[in-house]
Design a protein around this ligand. Structure first.
Ligand code: CMC
Length: 429
């Protein structure tokens, strides 16, 4: 007998099938509810709604667990590397040595962008936010790579996916170089993914750039930690845009636009700005009080998460990476780090934060780390976008291959004016 939930309201009733995942909460399948009862469900912010079936990422927010294809983020970050994580997200399994070599080769051979893209960049103002440039330039890829925009062809979909993973670092580095008025630096295929990115961002034509292995490792880890995160706002945006059949480059540009917001990917930039604003440890109580004050819109940036009601597992690894980078660079007594550590300590012991289960999230320590690596705050969300590109594209592929896939079309609770007659302008008043 199939399990079903019963819905009864007056004379309306419906049997709603229960569906089980491998782990995590079961779902009540309400797809037939409207047909059988004429009722919609209402869930702004999707706090109780599973929007799709997925095999890619699992989060247990209460326990602070994040798994990609069943592997914990701790193990992937400790023992793997970013391109291996990309392979895992895209194909569902960790690669064999041969598969990895082939994948790395394919990504590496796609790192250059069409030369005309550089002229596209010069149309932007120098002071444009690099995320604005990313939304435009990633969207523009669809105008350059027509041979990978037929979404019905699995081969073209995979070519588009590899292109996207390979080219977003190049576009991000170009956005940075344009912003600071330095010449673009071409990718170097003898370097690893993270090394190449640091090289494209920080090398200049007039002197050699030496890769620091510890910093490259930290960069790679930051990419792993941000690679995918289930059906968050930007991923849902990519899926929704893709559900209409839009091409993958346009869908990823939509995801980047969504990621930009301070409640999402923009939080790492906002967290660092906040630490700077607090400035010294003695001012922390003032900011804690503001965060607790219902009449003050201020929030502790880098704290709280829609899903994690425990320590964000990515934040723990990020904190460790942050210390490794600061040690390597000999940055001791960093005032921002001091404020961050003290703020974390106070917030974790404060009744308000404890009761609401507000823990530091991944963005709390990533800002300090990225600053130490040499990135200006405007670039932080761009780096998040580079890393998340694989998650977006893996989720997009999964959606296209899902036989249940239809255009996403939510409904609404209409609270506007009921039907009324049009009045001529002389009759209004
Ligand atoms: N500081 C102070 N109070 C907070 C905070 C915070 N950072 N976050 C949530 N609260 C309070 C909030 O006022 C509310 O209180 P009440 O129940 O009394 O009204 C309660 O906690 C629940 O908050 P919510 O806004 O209903 O929760 P949400 O799930 O809608 O929001 C969030 C999640 C991440 C947007 C929110 O915690 C926030 O704005 N945090 C700061 C921004 C941030 O760090 N974002 C990065 C998220 S992780 C990276 C990513 O995945 O993009």
């Amino acid at each position: 007998m199939t399990e079903a939930a019963k819905f009864v309201l007056g004379d309306k009733n419906a049997e709603l099938q229960l569906r089980h995942g491998t782990i995590g909460p079961d779902v009540v399948d309400i797809a037939s509810l409207y047909k059988n009862t004429g009722l919609f469900t209402y869930d702004p912010g999707f706090t109780s709604t599973a929007s799709c079936e997925s095999k890619i990422t699992y989060i247990d927010g209460d326990e602070g667990v994040l798994l990609h294809r069943g592997y914990s983020i701790d193990q992937l970050a400790e023992r793997g590397d970013f391109l291996e994580t990309c392979y895992l997200l895209l194909y569902g399994e960790l690669p064999t040595a041969h598969e990895k070599e082939d994948f790395v080769y394919r990504v590496t051979r796609h790192t250059m962008v069409h030369e005309q893209m550089s002229r596209f960049y010069t149309g932007f103002r120098r002071d444009a936010h690099p995320m604005a440039v990313m939304v435009g330039s990633v969207g523009a890829l669809s105008a350059f790579y027509h041979d990978s925009t037929d979404i019905t062809d699995p081969h073209q979909r995979m070519v588009a996916s590899i292109r996207m993973i390979a080219k977003t670092p190049t576009l991000a580095a170009m956005a940075y170089k344009y912003h600071i008025g330095q010449p673009f630096v071409y990718p170097r295929n003898d370097l690893t993914y993270a090394e190449n990115f640091l090289h494209m961002c920080f090398a200049v034509p007039c002197e050699p750039y030496h890769i620091n292995a510890t910093l490259a490792k930290a960069m790679d880890r930051i990419f792993i930690l941000h690679a995918d995160h289930e059906q968050n706002a930007s991923t849902s945006t990519v899926r929704l845009a893709g559900s209409s059949g839009a091409n993958p480059f346009a869908c990823i540009a939509a995801g980047i636009a969504c990621l930009w917001g301070p409640a999402h990917g923009g939080a790492n930039e906002a967290a660092l700005n906040m630490l700077g604003e607090i400035g010294t440890k003695d001012r922390i109580p003032e900011f804690i009080a503001r965060a607790k004050d219902k009449n003050d819109p201020f929030r502790l940036m880098g704290f709280g998460h829609r899903v994690y009601k425990n320590y964000d597992p990515r934040a723990k690894i990020m904190q460790q990476t942050c210390h490794e980078v600061l040690d390597e660079l000999g940055i001791r007594d960093d005032p921002l780090l001091e404020v961050a550590m003290e703020l974390e300590h106070i917030a974790l012991n404060d009744e308000y934060f404890v009761e609401k289960k507000l823990y530091p999230n991944v963005d709390f320590y990533s800002g300090i780390t990225l600053k130490a690596l040499g990135f200006p705050t405007e670039m932080f969300t761009v780096l998040f976008a580079v890393a998340r590109t694989v998650g977006w594209i893996a989720q997009w592929n999964e959606m296209i291959e899902d036989p249940q896939q239809r255009i996403g079309r939510p409904r609404q609770l209409y609270t506007g004016a009921p039907r009324r007659d049009y009045l001529g302008i002389d009759q209004r008043g």
